[in-house]
Ligand binder design. Structure first.
Ligand SMILES: [Mg+2]
Length: 432
């Protein structure tokens, strides 16, 4: 077993164990160095508006605008494609949207519901790709390298992603697949909505050539102005410009970045939690709080919350942070490093509580309390790690417990089920 296993590990690199777990029993290929990298980018179409339309059939054939309501101050958070035909787009003032289309359905966002759907979508993505990097609630990069040996060509992988999300959530997603992040992202934008675009390495130059330079990452308005003075509007024109000219106008670093991108050179690294340094949650009390048992109940809720998010993103934290603000706005934070990374809410609660008790903090009424976790470790969670002091049955039980909590949260919303007892709704004073 030894030599063959090693050989395969080399080919699949760091994600071998995850691929094995997802496609158990089906992995029998031998890979070599220099495998073709494939990165996917999945982006739900008009996500908030699509969830509303899915759940409310009478909105099906109508323009739907989610955001502030007409007559309020505020902007459009999401508009479906029918509303976009009127020129309505996200971040547009709601008054302007209303002027363009008074007949649209205007809805306040229901974030709790969107997040529930988002969680389900990420579960599906994680059951297909070994590494999923969330960009936002409805957008993610996927590591697809090596999967073509298991699922078929990139077109098939893209079709699997689209089919599963449609079947299991009723929503359409646009998918782009290419040799790196840039191409994957541009691919998913290429045929929106409900699109699937696969760009093979040899197609990259032609794929990029006619696109506006604004499609490149990190190219802002200022750079666009400079480029338009140089009569550069397409990526092909940017590619053809001598580097020395670009360097003179943009500086070495920017010139190199944009010209590299114009050739389709970009990073293929997909990392979970890459954009997120920490997960934290805090609560401001309606009235400053004194009773310690209520603080504990609040901490428990916060710990459960951050732990569930970490589990859904397959992250394990090695640092727990407690943030506490007292009457008069005096704020303290306390941190503790964990010997074993975790995403178990009981461990996070234990540490946060210990920080509160032993952190040399003033004994004053509390205005705000928060729990944060950080210091991600890409390792197996604590409950799957062999530990001399506990037994395998207990680890298995813990694992099942946490999975059950996540399942219940998925169906009924966060906070429905937590480990340990919860007696008090946080943020509320007890009845007199
Ligand atoms: Mg989207």
């Amino acid at each position: 077993m030894g030599s063959e296993f090693k050989l395969r590990v080399e080919g699949y690199g760091q994600h071998w164990s995850k691929i094995c777990r997802l496609y158990q029993g089906r992995v029998s290929v031998t890979l070599r160095h220099g495998v073709q990298c494939w990165v996917g980018h999945a982006d739900l179409d008009a996500f908030y508006a699509s969830v509303e339309q899915r759940d409310c059939p009478e909105y099906r054939d109508r323009p739907v605008v989610v955001g502030a309501l007409p007559g309020q101050r505020g902007v459009v958070a999401a508009a479906n494609y029918r509303a976009r035909r009127f020129g309505i787009h996200s971040a547009m003032p709601i008054a302007e949207a209303y002027r363009r289309c008074p007949d649209a359905v205007y809805l306040r966002p229901d974030m709790a519901r969107y997040l529930r759907v988002s969680r389900r979508i990420f579960q599906i993505l994680r059951s297909i790709a070994p590494v999923v990097e969330p960009v936002s609630v409805d957008e993610a990069y996927l590591e697809l390298t090596g999967l073509e040996k298991l699922l078929g060509p990139p077109e098939t992988i893209g079709a699997v992603i689209k089919r599963r999300i449609l079947e299991e959530t009723g929503l359409t997603v646009s998918v782009g697949i290419g040799p790196n992040r840039l191409i994957a992202k541009l691919g998913s934008e290429y045929r929106k909505p409900d699109g699937l675009t696969v760009v093979y390495p040899d197609q990259v130059p032609d794929f990029l050539a006619p696109m506006p330079v604004a499609n490149l990452r990190g190219l802002g308005r200022q750079t666009r102005k400079i480029l338009s003075r140089l009569r550069i509007s397409t990526i092909a024109q940017l590619r053809a410009m001598p580097f020395s000219v670009l360097e003179r106008h943009l500086g070495t670093k920017a010139a190199a970045s944009f010209q590299q991108q114009s050739l389709g050179i970009a990073s293929a690294a997909v990392a979970p939690g890459r954009r997120r340094k920490s997960i934290s949650k805090e609560i401001t009390f309606e009235q400053d709080l004194e009773a310690h048992n209520l603080l504990r109940a609040t901490l428990q809720r916060l710990a459960a919350d951050v732990a569930a998010t970490a589990r859904s993103e397959q992250l394990c934290a090695s640092v727990v942070t407690l943030k506490i603000r007292f009457t008069g706005f005096e704020t303290h934070t306390r941190q503790r490093k964990l010997p074993i990374p975790t995403h178990d809410e009981r461990v996070i609660l234990r540490e946060a509580w210990a920080l509160l008790r032993s952190g040399n903090l003033p004994r004053r009424p509390v205005r705000l309390i928060g729990v944060g976790i950080s210091g991600w470790k890409q390792v197996e969670p604590a409950w799957t790690q062999p530990d001399l002091f506990d037994r395998p049955q207990e680890r298995e039980r813990d694992k099942r417990l946490l999975e059950t909590i996540d399942k219940v949260a998925d169906r009924f919303g966060k906070g429905m089920l937590q480990l340990g007892c919860r007696t008090q709704k946080p943020g509320k004073r007890p009845p007199p």
